[in-house]
Design a protein around this ligand. Structure first.
Ligand SMILES: C[S@@+](CC[C@H](N)C(=O)[O-])C[C@H]1O[C@@H](n2cnc3c(N)ncnc32)[C@H](O)[C@@H]1O
Length: 353
């Protein structure tokens, strides 16, 4: 990590960090963060440029030395070595752990969202969400890379974004790490949370990330990708239906709790299996997700279901991934209808998909 000090002009502070295969300059002006990526060949050139134009000195932290570089009155660059003061994070190691988003030392918005402490280290409390976000992005990326998008800016909507952990992380991943032009919107009912998320996005100068407070039922705008992590109960069905109605090319959903079918299902042949609450709950979850998948296939999506994270990170660990093909699956439509009859289901929000 390289930190710059003694600013001489508009930049308040700056640092250069390695993020996977690229180096990223992050600098702050008027309390807003700006990012610029470049490859390893240009790091020294960038450091020279910043010391000669915007700062008087920088410290390069390594595990062996702190290397201080400063400019003297003649504008010559002087280098001094000192004992190390920081232990440097090995991001290659983090990558091996499949962390596409590294911790707050690379993504300080995670501090504002309560996932990291002020030093950028993921807290015990934030760890489960941190793992979920990374896994979601890993599974997202796998499908995302298969799709060709025509738009200059890819439009992503996070339905029921809650505190915005996924929304911010996806933005950071696509925009800052992958350098893909993206416009991301998070929607949730909680207006106070939404106001705060808009404040944080401004603070980090995430100009194409915004948050809207409202009911996802009313969402009607074009989008390319629709994501929803743990949208509670029927909110998952409402989200899937909004995504299909607005012609999403890719939909990724990790459903949450479900109650609607639990109250209704009835099948005399399966009575012994459904006699115990726990079993009935698990069965209903599987049935609900099966109906969602069939509805998506009937609307022209190719769908797969994968394990989201292991159950120690969340019990709600089924991820549905749907890619639009335009091929309407008639068989899926008839299986959907049959299952509803078989379990005496009359009221299912998934019908709106
Ligand atoms: C369990 S939280 C998940 C939040 C976030 N996606 C996450 O994983 O951290 C579910 C969120 O769905 C929101 N929600 C439920 N129904 C909604 C609706 N109809 N429209 C918008 N938001 C809704 C709630 O306000 C809540 O923030």
């Amino acid at each position: 990590m390289v930190a710059f000090g003694k600013s001489t002009e508009k930049m308040d502070k700056a640092r250069i960090r390695r993020i996977n295969d690229v180096f990223q300059l992050e600098y702050f002006t008027d309390n807003k963060a700006f990012h610029k990526n470049f490859d390893g060949d240009n790091v020294i050139q960038q450091i020279r440029k910043l010391i000669l134009t915007s700062f008087k000195e920088c410290i390069i932290y390594t595990n062996e030395y702190d290397i201080v570089i400063f400019r003297n009155k003649n504008n010559d660059l002087i280098k001094r070595r000192h004992k190390p003061t920081k232990s440097v994070v090995n991001t290659t190691h983090d990558k091996q752990k499949n962390h596409l988003i590294n911790d707050g030392r690379e993504a300080m918005f995670l501090f504002d969202l309560g996932i990291c402490d002020k030093d950028g280290v993921v807290t015990d409390k934030g760890n489960k969400k941190f793992i979920q976000i990374n896994r979601f992005i890993q599974l997202f990326d796998h499908a995302f890379s298969k799709i060709s998008f025509n738009n200059e800016k890819i439009r992503v909507v996070d339905f029921c974004c809650g505190k915005g952990y996924l929304t911010f992380s996806l933005y950071h991943y696509l925009q800052n790490i992958k350098n893909i032009q993206t416009k991301i919107t998070g929607i949730d009912l909680k207006s106070d949370v939404i106001n705060d998320l808009n404040r944080i996005s401004k603070k980090y100068n995430m100009t194409d990330l915004d948050f809207i407070s409202g009911d996802i039922k009313t969402y009607d705008d074009s989008l390319d990708v629709a994501v929803g992590l743990h949208a509670c109960d029927v909110a998952t069905d409402i989200f899937l239906s909004s995504a299909v109605r607005n012609q999403a090319k890719l939909i990724i959903s990790v459903p949450c709790c479900q109650h609607q079918l639990f109250r209704q299902i009835n099948n005399k042949d399966l009575k012994p299996m459904l006699a115990y609450g726990l079993q009935k709950d698990r069965f209903t979850e599987m049935l609900t997700n099966t109906l969602r998948v069939l509805a998506l296939r009937a609307k022209g999506y190719s769908v797969d279901i994968v394990e989201f994270t292991s159950i120690e990170h969340t019990m709600k660990n089924v991820l549905i991934r749907a890619i639009f093909t335009g091929i309407l699956d008639k068989e899926a439509e008839s299986e959907y209808k049959k299952l509803k009859v078989m379990f005496s289901i009359t009221d299912f929000e998934g019908d709106s998909i």
